[in-house]
Design a protein around this ligand. Structure first.
Ligand SMILES: [Zn+2]
Length: 318
């Protein structure tokens, strides 16, 4: 049986504190590790001390996905402890070349109707976020169904593309425990984000379509407890899946209704209709990510079609 503790680490991001998990079975393991900042490191050390551990005791760091609040501190901890760092190969491709990805994201956003001014503000925001990461150096790249063996327990990776394409959850079968990262979170429905492929230039994955499929696979597991990357632990599993599914159905209907209004829209125009009062550029990025997700779903279902033109990207009713 897995013996674990929950660590809550501060971040300056809209999602708030990040939850990381200390597995006390041998080898001592950290699942996710917070941002690269003095405040985060101090908080981590204090919480480890409370549980009777030091950074030097950590033998493995398992990363759910390459967002700064989940992996920013990993290489700092690795330097101090010599821990092995495990991450999905696709996430590593993103982490090792963040600038390329940011440039591609900006190009996509222009294509989807975002003004140069907003794109420039967004680039500033992403550069600021990257300040909370210390680059990863020595990692072990893993994929789906990789098994970590502990004294009296086993954890298996489950690849859950959606929130990000190489997102890993960690599952302990014998107790029905799932460390879900940002695939399932406690306080709100997680957003699959617009993510140009780090491997194929100018290719965008259908993040929400993949996300729904990932949820479907998780739903089939005999889960008893979900430990998410944000918010509290989730015990009412069926209710959580239903809540997320209701949210997606409702939002898809809203977007379909907007599309009834006229024949052509850009993703930006739909996002502005849904969230007319957005304040921060990051909110517009998340809004466009979400709109694209539902546009992909509606396209798969045959309701609409997406068309690339010389002037940009249009969504048309069939
Ligand atoms: Zn995330």
């Amino acid at each position: 049986m897995l013996d674990y503790e929950t660590l809550t680490l501060p971040t300056p991001f809209p999602a708030g504190n990040v939850k990381c998990y200390l597995i006390k079975n041998d080898p001592v393991t950290l699942i996710d590790c917070g941002i690269y900042s003095l405040e985060s490191l101090k908080s981590l050390k204090e919480q480890l001390t409370c549980f009777g551990f030091k950074i030097k005791d950590i033998k493995q760091i398992l990363i759910t996905h390459a967002h700064p609040d989940h992996y920013g501190l990993a290489s700092t901890l690795q330097l101090d402890s010599g821990a092995e760092v495990y991450i999905h190969a696709d996430e590593m491709r993103k982490a090792e070349n963040p600038t390329l990805l940011l440039n591609r994201t900006s190009e996509y956003l222009a294509f989807y109707g975002l003004s140069e001014e907003l794109r420039s503000q967004l680039s500033d925001h992403f550069s600021w976020e990257l300040g909370f990461v210390h680059p990863l150096e020595e990692v072990i790249e893993i994929g789906d169904a990789y098994t970590f063996t502990f004294e009296e327990a086993e954890l298996r990776t489950i690849l859950t593309p959606g929130h990000t394409m190489g997102h890993l959850c960690f599952y302990e079968k014998s107790s029905g425990l799932l460390f879900s990262g940002d695939t399932i979170i406690g306080n709100f429905a997680p957003s699959p984000v617009l993510e140009p492929s780090p491997i194929k230039p100018y290719f965008r994955d259908q993040s929400l379509v993949k996300y729904i499929d990932s949820l479907r696979r998780l739903k089939d597991l005999p889960l008893k407890l979900i430990l998410p990357g944000h918010g509290g632990q989730i015990v009412d599993i069926a209710d959580q899946f239903q809540r997320v599914s209701n949210h997606h159905q409702k939002r898809k209907k809203q977007i379909n209704n907007i599309l009834m209004e006229r024949n052509e829209f850009t993703p930006y125009e739909i996002a502005c209709k849904l969230w007319p009062k957005f304040k921060r550029p990051i909110d517009m990025y998340l809004a466009i990510s979400e709109v694209l997700g539902y546009i992909d779903m509606l396209s798969v279902e045959g309701e609409i079609r997406q068309e690339e033109t010389a002037s940009g990207f249009l969504i048309l009713r069939k």
